[in-house]
Design a protein around this ligand. Structure first.
Ligand SMILES: [Zn+2]
Length: 316
C-alpha cells in the first residue's frame, strides 16, 4: 500500500495494470481491469504511477490525457509525425487541477463523484489522445503507458455502464486559441456544425457525432436540439457565464476561427464499440477559466450545474 499526499481519498490502492497487460488482445488494444471491488472515492495507480483512477458513483467519466509531466526513464521521446507532419507535445496546463476541483465540487455540493482518469506522463513521451501508433511511436514503455491509461478509461466506463446503464464521457483538454470560450467537441468539425445549424444533413451529423449512441437508443432525440437548443450542454454552461460553442448563444465557430472538434478518445469511447456511452470533448480556454484557483473552482461549479441540467433533460 502506498499513500498519496494531498488526496482526501479514504483509501489508496495500487493496481498492477502492467502485470496483467500480457493478456490483452492486440487487436483490441486494451483490456479491462478487475473492477469487481471498485468503490466510489478510491484511488488506483498503475505500477509506475503513470495513470491514476479515481472511482465514482455517478455515470460521469472524465479523462485528462494531456496534463502529465512525468518523463519516465527509458521511455523514448515521441518522434513520429502525424498525417499533418507534426509532433504535438504541448501540455494542457492545469487540466489535472481542473479535474480535481470538479471532483471536489461534486462531492461537496451533491455528495456524488465522477470517475476521473488522469494521465501523469508528459505528452512528449506519450500522447494519450492518439491511436497507439502515434501515441507512442513504437516505444515499448510508451505503449505500456498508453495501454494502462486506456485500460483504466475502458474499465471506468464499463463500471459506470454496469451500475447505471449508461455513461456520459468527457475528455478534458485546454486550448490556446485566441477566442476565449469552451470548444465543445462532438466529433463534428466547424463545417459540420455550420451545416447542422442550418439543419442540413442532420441525420448524417447525428450518426457522426459523439452523441450518436444516445440518439440510436432514442430515435426521437433531435441532434439540432442537443447541439444548439435551449437544453444543449453548451447553452447551459454559457448561461453560467462560461462562453462555449456550440450553444444557442454561439452556435458554431466562424470560418476563420480555430476549433477542436474532438480527438481519438472522443471518437473511440463514443463509438459503436461502447454502445452505452456518449459525451464530448471539452477544450477549455485559459483566461478566467484555468488561470487561477478561484476561476478553476468557479468553472468546476458551473460544469457540475450544466452537467445536471443537461442530463436531467435527457431520457435516461
Ligand atoms: Zn489536449
Amino acid at each position: 500500500m502506498k499513500t498519496i499526499q494531498n488526496m482526501k481519498s479514504r483509501s489508496v490502492l495500487i493496481l498492477l495494470i502492467g502485470a496483467l497487460s500480457f493478456t490483452f488482445a492486440p487487436a483490441q488494444g486494451t483490456m479491462q481491469l478487475d473492477i469487481s471491488g471498485w468503490e466510489a472515492g478510491q484511488v488506483y495507480f498503475d505500477e509506475d504511477e503513470w495513470t491514476e483512477v479515481i472511482t465514482g458513483d455517478i455515470p460521469l467519466v472524465i479523462t485528462v490525457p494531456h496534463g502529465g509531466a512525468k518523463k519516465p526513464e527509458g521511455m523514448a521521446d515521441r518522434t513520429c509525425k502525424d498525417d499533418r507532419g507534426r509532433i504535438v507535445r504541448g501540455t494542457d496546463s492545469y487540466t489535472q487541477e481542473v479535474s480535481r476541483f470538479i471532483r471536489e465540487v461534486f462531492q461537496e455540493k451533491y455528495n456524488k463523484q465522477p470517475y476521473i482518469i488522469i494521465n501523469h506522463v508528459a505528452r512528449s513521451k506519450v500522447d494519450q489522445n492518439r491511436d497507439l501508433h502515434y501515441a507512442a511511436c513504437g516505444d515499448e514503455k510508451g505503449m505500456q503507458a498508453w495501454h494502462n491509461f486506456h485500460s483504466a478509461a475502458d474499465s471506468a466506463l464499463a463500471h459506470a455502464v454496469r451500475k447505471f446503464g449508461y455513461a456520459f464521457y468527457i475528455d478534458l483538454h485546454g486550448h490556446g486559441h485566441s477566442n476565449q470560450r469552451l470548444e465543445l467537441g462532438y466529433s463534428l468539425t466547424k463545417g459540420d456544425l455550420q451545416k447542422a445549424f442550418k439543419r442540413e444533413d442532420l441525420k448524417k451529423y447525428a450518426a457522426k457525432s459523439s452523441m450518436a449512441n444516445y440518439i440510436k437508443k432514442h430515435p426521437d432525440a433531435d441532434i439540432w436540439e442537443l447541439l444548439f437548443g435551449k437544453h444543449a450542454f453548451g447553452t447551459y454552461i454559457y448561461r453560467e457565464g462560461i462562453p462555449a460553442t456550440p450553444a444557442v448563444q454561439d452556435p458554431h465557430p466562424a470560418e476563420d476561427e480555430s476549433f477542436f472538434s474532438g480527438g481519438y478518445n472522443t471518437r473511440r469511447y463514443t463509438s459503436p464499440d461502447y454502445p452505452d456511452v456518449f459525451g464530448l470533448q471539452i477544450e477549455m480556454h485559459y483566461r478566467k477559466a484555468r488561470d487561477s484557483r478561484a476561476n478553476i473552482r468557479a468553472f468546476a461549479q458551473s460544469l457540475a450545474r450544466a452537467y445536471f441540467d443537461f442530463i436531467d433533460k435527457l431520457d435516461l
